[in-house]
Write a protein that binds this ligand. Structure first.
Ligand code: GAP
Length: 432
């Protein structure tokens, strides 16, 4: 990693910790590799990402059905899906320091990244987390934490068809946790062991799958743009035939220019009829009056990687003043806080009481509103800039006279006086 990129990652990780976005998992016990905890602002950002995704891909469509399947599934699911046999990564061990690595992530093949020793033969390591269900500890009690949300949708295909009789094409969508025993979790929340996915299984007739593949590619690009991801940093990678997952006939990875390299952000796969066939599921096609096995286009999005790409796309430094002013230029729709409300002085009851009324009204309207009376006004602006709050509202002594407040814009630093009764409309207007 170049020095400037390393610095950028350090800044993002430090901001995330300091301002309550992301903390190391189990931190007070020394942490647990590959796990991170989302703090108050991190949860808000993640919830906004998920809500917008659900709105765009489920609620606003007439051909999409949401599900929320159990994380623990019968082991037969993973046998049928091919994950028991093929969901593996090549694991190598250093013959000198005994550290283990994923072979394809080594800087130099055959050489230990840590001590420069030689690595041994690669063996296939299954990435599913196995656990035991119930009180009996034998192999019949083994279950896996799901490594993808996708199978929770395939196994409910028949249930949804029986309940709603959807006509092809239609999709199932799910947001939820998935678990992977990554050999080398790394790069902050980029490669973690407990992840959150937002996935769609879109069922189609085999004929014309290319058209739907193209359609979903464009939908994914439109989503990235609407989130405010830096589109100059998005690149499409046509996955080579020899690198395709066992279920895929064609995959495009949307890669993002992360500071640690160009890496997968999202995936779009043509899963053919592999999964429904594996689970012996068929569909009565009324159009042709035949029983068919639908084919599947799968747009797959990681929440954690969206989060990181969004932080990196939004992080800016304003160098026009005496000091560097870091801020996150989030769209108001994803921003953890839409506006912050402050009395100019903390110890003046008349300002506090007035500010509290405004705060309560805005909170009832927008929900994501923060009360901030800590430190002087300059410090509050800096703090709000750093967490990406688009507007800061200050109640000062003039407010008591003329019932207007100061609204400061995060990106430009410009301030406007707005009448108390116009604040909500002012913000709604700006948001649109
Ligand atoms: N159902 C298909 C599937 O799971 P995948 O490419 O293995 O495909 C989909 O994963 C998405 O999940 C990735 O594009 C990425 O956004 C996210 N993802 C996968 N493994 C991850 C990990 N270890 N840490 C964070 N995100 C991960």
């Amino acid at each position: 990693m170049e020095e400037k990129d390393e610095k950028l990652m350090e800044k993002i990780i430090s901001l995330c910790k300091r301002r309550g976005f992301v903390y190391p998992g189990s931190e007070i016990y020394g942490g647990l590799a590959g796990t991170w905890d989302y703090g108050p602002l991190g949860v808000a950002l993640k919830n906004n990402i998920k809500t917008l995704w659900w709105k765009k891909f489920v609620d606003s469509r007439i051909d999409m059905y949401g599900v929320d399947a159990a994380i623990l599934m019968n082991s037969a699911v993973w046998k049928a899906s091919g994950h028991v046999d093929t969901f593996t990564d090549p694991l190598v061990e250093c013959t000198k320091c005994k550290k283990r690595f994923r072979e394809d992530t080594l800087k130099e093949k055959g050489i230990c990244d840590d001590c420069g020793g030689k690595t041994g033969e690669a063996r296939q390591f299954n990435m599913m987390f196995a656990t035991q269900i119930g009180a009996v500890e034998d192999s019949s009690a083994t279950v896996y934490l799901r490594p993808e949300t996708a199978q929770g949708m395939f196994v409910n295909f028949k249930n949804v068809v029986d309940s709603f009789h959807p006509k092809l094409p239609f999709g199932l969508a799910q947001i939820g946790k998935a678990f992977r025993n990554e050999i080398t979790p790394r790069d902050f929340i980029f490669r973690v062991r407990e992840i959150e996915q937002m996935e769609i299984e879109y069922f189609i007739r085999e004929d014309g799958w290319e058209k739907y593949f193209e359609y979903w590619k464009n939908e994914m690009l439109a989503w990235m743009e609407s989130m405010g991801l830096d589109m100059n940093k998005i690149h499409e990678l046509e996955v080579k035939t020899e690198d395709l997952a066992h279920y895929s006939k064609r995959t495009i990875d949307f890669e993002f220019d992360f500071p640690f390299g160009l890496k997968e952000l999202y995936g779009l796969a043509y899963r053919t009829d592999f999964d429904l066939k594996s689970h012996n599921l068929i569909y009565q096609d009324e159009e042709t009056n035949t029983k068919i096995i639908p084919h599947v286009i799968e747009p797959s999005f990681g929440v954690d990687r969206t989060f990181l790409a969004l932080m990196l796309s939004s992080y800016k430094e304003d160098i026009s003043g005496e000091e560097v002013r870091p801020y996150l230029s989030f769209n108001p729709s994803v921003s953890p806080v839409i506006c912050a409300v402050s009395p100019l002085l903390k110890n003046k009851p008349e300002l506090r009481d007035y500010a509290h009324i405004i705060y309560r009204n805005l909170k009832d309207e927008f929900g994501r509103v923060m009360w901030d009376d800590n430190g002087n006004i300059g410090k509050r602006y800096r703090r709000q800039d750093e967490i990406g709050t688009p507007w800061c509202i200050v109640i000062d002594f003039d407010t008591l006279e003329d019932n207007s407040v100061t609204i400061r814009d995060r990106d430009t630093g410009k301030q406007e006086r707005v009448k108390k009764e116009d604040i909500i409309e002012y913000i709604k207007d700006k948001m649109n």
